[in-house]
Design a binder for this molecule. Structure first.
Ligand code: AMP
Ligand code: ZN
Length: 325
C-alpha cells in the first residue's frame, strides 16, 4: 500500500505520454508515463511483442499456464485469456502451512468467477508428502526441492496432456535476479540456457515460455491493482532465506540510483548471449529415466532420485512407457 501511495505522489501532475490524460504510473526506464487505459494497453502490447519476438506460441495454439496465485501468474492469466489461444491453467498445491491454502483459494475463485479451465494437483495426494515433509526427508534446502518438484511436475503434466507450451509468470525482476545469481556463481551451463523461451529439444521436454520477461514487479503490481485481479501477496514461508531475494534487493539498490540498469543488464545479456556463448555441439546425452521415463542425463532423473529416498508410492511412473523415443 505504501509503495502504491509513493508511486501516486511521484506521478502527481504528470500527463500520459500517449493521450495526455492524468498519468497513474511513470516508467522511468522507457521515459514514459501512462494513464490507466494506456497503461493496460502497454502491458498487453509488451506481452504480445514478447510472444512474437521469441516465437513463444502461435495463434490458436493451446497453452498450459502455471499459476501460483501470486500477482505475476494471475496477471498473465488475465492477459492471455484475452488472446485467441485456449489457455488451460495448472496449480500445484504444495501443502505449505499458512500459504498453500490461500494461494489455491485465490486461483480457484478466479477460475470460478471467470469460468476458466483450471487443473489443481495436490502434492500430498500425488506423492504422499507435502513439500515441507518431502524437504525434511531429503535434507536439502526448501527452495531447491520446491524448484525441482515444480519443474518436474509441470513439465510432466504438460507432456502427458499433449501441451506443446508451458508458460510461467517470471518477470524482468525474476530474470535479472537469476542472471545476477548465475554470474556471481559463474554457472556457465545455466547462463547458456537462460532465455524467455526454451525450445523443446528432446522428446518429453515441453517448450517453456515467459511472456512477462519485459515487465517489472512494479508494473505487474500496478496492473493487477488497476484490473482488480485478486492475488495472494504472502511470501512463501519456506523462501525467507532464498538468495534470489537478496539478488533482487541488490538490483533494486542499483536501479534506484540509476534507472534502466536492470533492463539493460538483462536485455543486453539476452542479445549478446550468442556471442558470449557460441552455440556449440552439445555433448550432453539425454536418455529416459528408468523410473519415470522423462529425459535425464543420468540413469534416474533428479526428481525420481529424491522420491527414491522418500519411498514415495507415487503413481507418476505410469507415464514411463508413453515417452516417444
Ligand atoms: P516462483 O518460482 O515462485 O517465483 O514462481 C515463478 C512462476 O512459476 C510463477 O509465476 C508461476 O507461473 C509458476 N509457479 C510457481 N509456483 C507455482 C505453483 N504452486 N503452481 C503452479 N505454478 C507455479
Ligand atoms: Zn524420473
Amino acid at each position: 500500500m505504501q509503495k502504491n501511495q509513493k508511486r501516486l505522489t511521484e506521478v502527481k501532475g504528470l500527463k500520459c505520454t500517449a493521450c495526455k490524460d492524468e498519468a497513474i504510473l511513470r516508467i522511468k526506464r522507457h521515459h514514459v508515463a501512462f494513464c490507466q487505459r494506456c497503461f493496460i494497453k502497454f502491458i498487453q502490447k509488451q506481452t504480445i511483442q514478447a510472444i512474437k519476438k521469441y516465437h513463444m506460441f502461435s495463434k490458436k495454439e493451446p497453452v498450459l499456464l502455471a499459476v501460483s496465485g501470486g500477482k505475476d501468474s494471475m496477471a498473465l492469466w488475465s492477459v492471455l485469456s484475452e488472446l485467441d489461444n485456449q489457455i488451460t491453467t495448472i496449480h500445484l498445491d504444495l501443502g505449505i502451512p499458512n500459504f498453500s491454502d490461500q494461494s489455491r483459494q485465490v486461483v480457484q475463485q478466479f477460475a470460478k468467477d471467470k469460468t476458466l479451465p483450471l487443473v489443481v494437483i495436490y502434492l500430498k495426494e500425488l506423492l504422499g508428502y507435502t513439500l515441507p515433509e518431502l524437504q525434511k526427508k531429503v535434507h536439502r534446502p526448501a527452495c531447491s526441492v520446491c524448484g525441482l518438484t515444480k519443474r518436474f511436475l509441470l513439465n510432466h503434466y504438460a507432456y502427458h496432456h499433449h501441451f506443446s507450451v508451458l508458460a510461467t509468470g517470471h518477470n524482468l525482476d525474476d530474470e535479472a535476479a537469476t542472471l545476477l545469481g548465475n554470474i556471481l556463481r559463474w554457472r556457465e551451463g545455466y547462463l547458456r540456457h537462460q532465455s524467455p523461451c526454451l525450445p523443446s529439444d528432446y522428446p518429453g521436454l515441453v517448450k517453456k515460455v515467459k511472456p512477462f520477461y519485459t515487465l517489472t514487479d512494479e508494473e505487474i503490481l500496478c496492473y493487477v491493482q488497476q484490473m482488480k485481479i485478486p492475488f495472494c501477496d504472502s511470501i512463501c514461508p519456506l523462501s525467507q532465506k532464498a538468495s534470489s531475494l537478496d539478488f533482487k534487493k541488490a538490483l533494486k539498490v542499483i536501479e534506484d540510483q540509476s534507472p534502466g540498469t536492470k533492463h539493460y543488464f538483462l536485455f543486453h545479456y539476452l542479445e549478446k548471449k550468442h556471442d558470449l556463448f557460441p552455440e556449440k555441439q552439445s555433448n550432453v546425452i539425454l536418455k529416459n529415466c528408468s523410473w519415470c521415463g522423462m529425459p535425464t542425463t543420468q540413469e534416474r532423473c533428479s526428481f525420481c532420485s529424491i522420491l527414491e529416498r522418500t519411498q514415495s508410492k507415487s503413481q507418476l511412473f505410469i507415464g514411463k512407457d508413453d515417452i516417444e523415443p
